[in-house]
Design a protein around this ligand. Structure first.
Ligand code: SF4
Length: 428
């Protein structure tokens, strides 16, 4: 076996962060990265199980990597493997880690190399885990770096498997978070994105539970005075507290964008989803956010076609989205997850679901066009991140997450430019 490792991550940014973390650990053990799965001695695949389609994709990647490289040690981790460990081994995995034990990857590798027997190393008490520190991780996209601060969830929304796959909500030691933020800023990253499975739950499990997400963000901003921009990935309405709003008011380095999952605009559907807020509370929280940041982009997630969703409830959701004036809506057709409470409910006709998805995507497009047009003619600071060498076009984002593409003879990674925003430079 050679000392080359190949990484592949499915699903969310937290998965990408953890996959990069395992890569860093392997490098500590003398392994080197390769971009070709065929050349690798060790393959690491991080899986997802948020929908039935994600399960299928996870299975396909396990068997395809095994076929493309029959010699390598195949390590499979993440949400799919947490509940399908045997299937993963049947498909060709050598080491299965689930949503824990990633930090032990080197010793497990050694054990496998000496025994050649498949290893399944799952947490026996996934709902009673403590935060697994994977060390500082170089998971970055050119100018932006993701910083994981929390794992797991305790909300048990009726349609979601995450609390069963990722386990209890657990927070990373704030000192480790701030140290990594300082290291990322010192190495020139221009934007840090705070990420986790349910970051609004940060701190509940630490000491007396009083040091929460806003306190953590304040520490990062204070300890990283030269960090130009900090972005919050996704946060529940009920967890946007006064302290966080005051930070938005005080520190313009916090990006002018919040992703606040709504899931449905109908109160009765929210109750069947076991979501912990009312549509009225959600709207008044949006007003409180806009009071401190009038131009902020508020984006959201909506599950379309939840069991029993009547025509009237659907109309309520569409009306609510217009009232909330979202900058964009991420649309998800409901997908029954075995083992969840909602999976026992009768699913909607797939054609009706498809029709509603189409309607909401069209509404999201309208809302996005209207939000973007508000900034036409305005000069906005843009952080450039990507470059298309063929087209000679540089891509970047504004603070309120407007994507900008401008012609450029050379890459502009990590550079800031004041750009007059208009329809010719906006991009999807
Ligand atoms: S808040 Fe709800 S939807 Fe989000 S991860 Fe937790 S259980 Fe799932």
């Amino acid at each position: 076996m050679n000392n080359l490792y190949f990484l592949h991550s499915l699903g969310c940014k937290v998965n990408s962060y953890e996959t990069a973390a395992v890569g860093t650990i392997l490098e500590g053990g003398g392994y080197r990265p390769t971009a070709n799965v065929e050349d690798a001695g060790v393959i690491v695949l991080n899986t997802c199980s948020v929908t039935g389609k994600a399960d299928q994709k996870s299975r396909q990647h396990i068997s395809s990597f095994r076929k493309r490289n029959s010699q390598a040690v195949l390590i499979v981790m993440g949400c799919y493997s947490q509940t399908h460990a045997e299937q993963a081994v049947e498909l060709g995995a050598d080491i299965v880690l689930g949503a824990a034990s990633r930090s032990a990857v080197l010793s497990l590798l050694e054990r496998f190399l000496s025994t050649k027997k498949p290893i399944i190393e799952l947490s026996s008490s996934i709902r009673r885990e403590t935060y697994e520190e994977l060390g500082a991780t170089a998971f970055c996209e050119n100018a932006r770096a993701y910083l994981k601060v929390q794992d797991g969830c305790d909300n048990f929304c009726s349609y979601c498997l995450i609390p069963f796959l990722r386990g209890n909500s657990r927070s990373r030691d704030p000192r480790a978070v701030v140290d990594e933020a300082i290291a990322l800023t010192a190495s020139g990253y221009q934007e840090i994105i705070i990420t986790g499975i349910h970051i609004g739950g940060y701190g509940k499990d630490l000491a007396d539970g009083s040091f929460r997400l806003a306190d953590l963000i304040e520490s990062i901003l204070n300890k990283c005075p030269s960090l130009p921009r900090l972005r919050i990935s996704s946060i529940e309405e009920s967890e946007i507290d006064e302290h966080l709003l005051s930070l938005f008011e005080k520190d313009s380095r916090i990006a002018d964008h919040l992703h606040v999952p709504l899931q449905s605009g109908s109160q009765t559907v929210l109750e069947r989803m076991k979501r912990h807020y009312s549509t009225d509370a959600f709207l008044s929280k949006l007003s409180a956010i806009r009071a401190v940041r009038p131009d902020i982009a508020i984006t959201t997630d909506i599950i379309v076609g939840f069991p029993g969703e009547t025509e009237e409830e659907w109309e309520e959701t569409k009306r609510f989205c217009q009232q909330a004036d979202f900058a964009e809506i991420h649309v998800f057709p409901y997908s029954a997850r075995p083992g969840t409470a909602a999976a026992r409910l009768k699913d909607l006709d797939p054609n009706l679901k498809k029709k509603r998805v189409k309607e909401l995507l069209a509404l999201s497009r309208e809302l996005r066009d209207s939000y973007e047009s508000r900034f036409f003619g305005r000069k906005l600071p843009v952080l450039f991140e990507d470059y298309d060498a063929d087209a000679k076009v540089a891509h970047g984002h504004t603070s309120n997450y407007l994507k900008v593409s401008v012609p450029s003879e050379e890459p502009l990674h990590g550079q800031w430019k004041e750009i007059v925003y208009n329809s010719s430079i906006k991009s999807d």
